[in-house]
Ligand binder design. Structure first.
Ligand code: HAM
Length: 426
């Protein structure tokens, strides 16, 4: 091993993994377009205040996991790498006055996120999310649209038997009563709570519910049920979401302890899991409504909802069930004269100009070695450059059929195109 390695919790995505990665990304792009969600990119770093305000100071994500960035001339870090996309997208919505656009504004975004978490299987310090938001519609139909879109992507990508876990966490109207009841309940266990959770039990009791601390599992399981505290409006919204989902054949699994790890949520909260793998605490994705977030970041009160998918986790699942297919050249240009790299380079370039995926042997080696390389690359055809080139011809060898013929170099692209269309080799 060399002197340097990728930073802990971050990794290189090599071509085989990238093949799956790009497949699920292309599917996300295609579905986003099909559903009318438009692409947006926001910076990888933001003013740290964007995350502190939006996500909340007493969350793991802000308190322990923010990658803060010290810029030249600053003593204290002012910026932070984005740990998620929603806060930045809402910041952009406010900054660009998008409340004057036709509402809701639908966004799709695919990219890396950074959280200084303890690395483990399926948990990285740099990871990728597919993020979808609809800002400016109070729902509940748009909630169902978003939830269905996420489920479709997971299923079509090949993540397996996936189910959505569904909850409502109320709003500013009804949540305080629940939080108070939860606080009272947790007070009985103060001496059993680890230090972080003990501090949070008084500031932000909801955060205790998504604690990853194994010792707390039993305490959390017996905690009061938020759905019993919902006000009429929140209850009606929750029922509306379920009714809209039922219309398209989706039954969310009730998940009364699901509160999500970020403070901006109101009402609808959901997570996607592979059926049977819920216990591992590895959600494939999650999201919810954030009706107070636009206002919190300085805009007019505007409702919103969205999800983020954990692309790394999905890629791992998909790669296990359908092995990656690397792109292969259609044609591989080889030659009898090992030194004639110029001819091979020129012919491959001409094929590429004609739109054919072509590779060429650019090293100086014997023809037999060159043909091995063509085979290893999985090329359909080898173009063999030899003495016939003086008469304007090359050998076109079909490596799959084992046949070979002389063709005019000028017609090579057309010949390859025709031959790859008419031959079907399983
Ligand atoms: P989140 O639940 O924090 O939500 O992250 C969404 C998904 O990202 C998780 O379910 C998981 O699959 C993946 N993920 C999170 N952390 C890691 C990690 N360290 N390593 C690998 N994968 C990870 C959000 O980020 C919200 N912004 C979602 C949202 C959008 N809510 C409304 N709109």
């Amino acid at each position: 091993m060399g002197k340097y390695q990728a930073p802990r919790g971050m990794r290189d995505l090599l071509p085989a993994e990238m093949a799956v990665f790009q497949r699920v990304e292309a599917l996300a792009d295609e579905l986003a377009a099909r559903y009318g969600y438009r692409s947006i990119e926001t910076p990888l770093v933001e003013d740290a205040g964007v995350f502190e305000r939006a996500i909340g100071g007493a969350t793991d994500v802000v308190e322990k996991e923010l990658f803060r960035v010290v810029t030249p001339g600053d003593e204290k870090p002012k910026w932070a790498m984005r740990p998620e996309a929603t806060a930045g997208i809402v910041r952009a919505y406010v900054e660009h006055g998008m409340q004057t656009w036709p509402q809701p504004v639908r966004f799709s975004s695919f990219g890396p996120m950074f959280r200084y978490d303890r690395p483990q299987a399926g948990r990285y310090r740099e990871f990728w999310q597919w993020n979808v938001e609809a800002i400016g519609d109070a729902g509940p139909a748009v909630d169902a649209e978003i939830i269905e879109l996420g489920l479709r992507w997971l299923r079509e990508a090949g993540a397996g038997d996936v189910q959505v876990h569904l909850n409502s966490i109320g709003d500013a109207n009804c949540r305080p009563a629940y939080v108070a009841a939860l606080g009272d309940y947790l007070a009985d266990f103060t001496d059993r709570l680890p230090a972080t959770e003990r501090a949070r039990a008084s500031i932000s009791p909801l955060r205790v519910l998504d604690s990853k601390e194994p010792a707390l599992a039993a305490v959390i399981a017996a905690a009061p049920d938020i759905t019993e505290y919902l006000c009429d409006a929140c209850r009606a919204h929750f029922e509306g979401v379920q009714a809209h989902l039922a219309i398209v054949g989706i039954e969310g699994r009730p998940a009364p302890r699901l509160v999500r790890g970020l403070d901006y949520y109101t009402r609808t909260a959901f997570e996607y899991y592979v059926v049977g793998a819920e216990g591992t605490q590895q959600a494939l994705g999650g999201g919810g409504r954030y009706d107070g977030l636009v206002e919190l970041l300085g805009g007019r009160p505007t409702p919103g909802i969205g999800f983020a998918m954990g692309v790394d986790r999905v890629v791992t699942l998909v790669a296990a069930s359908s092995p990656p297919e690397l792109a292969v050249p259609v044609a591989f240009v080889v030659g009898a004269d090992p030194a004639a790299t110029d001819l091979r380079f020129r012919i491959a370039t001409e094929l590429r100009t004609a739109g054919i995926a072509a590779s060429a042997e650019l090293g100086v080696r014997k023809l037999a070695r060159q043909l091995e390389a063509a085979d290893r690359d999985g090329a359909h055809f080898a173009v063999v450059v030899g003495d016939e080139l003086e008469a304007g011809q090359v050998q076109l060898r079909d490596l799959q059929a084992g046949t070979q013929k002389l063709v005019n170099a000028a017609d090579l692209a057309k010949e390859i195109d025709r031959a790859s269309r008419t031959h079907h080799h399983g």
